[in-house]
Design a binder for this molecule. Structure first.
Ligand code: ZN
Length: 73
């Protein structure tokens, strides 16, 4: 019989299987992190990176407009 709960490897909390996103590539068919952790992680990543990514895109676009090749980084 399959267990109905799983421990998240990020927050180490035992949660219902419903709290995990499915992933057919893992042994138990679920992601290692719970949905809450993924949400937190992607929100933090976005906050941290969105501004920088946007600036980068603006710079590259400005260069393209002037016929210059994009900068390599
Ligand atoms: Zn978690």
């Amino acid at each position: 019989m399959k267990s109905l709960s799983k421990v998240c490897t990020r927050c180490h909390k035992t949660k219902d299987r419903d709290c995990f996103t499915r992933n057919s590539r893992t042994r138990d068919g679920l992601q290692a992190w719970c949905k809450t952790c993924y949400k937190e992680y992607s929100a933090a990543w976005y906050t941290h990176n969105s501004k920088r990514v946007l600036e980068e895109k603006k710079k590259q676009y400005a260069r393209l407009k002037h016929g210059q090749p994009p900068l390599r980084q």
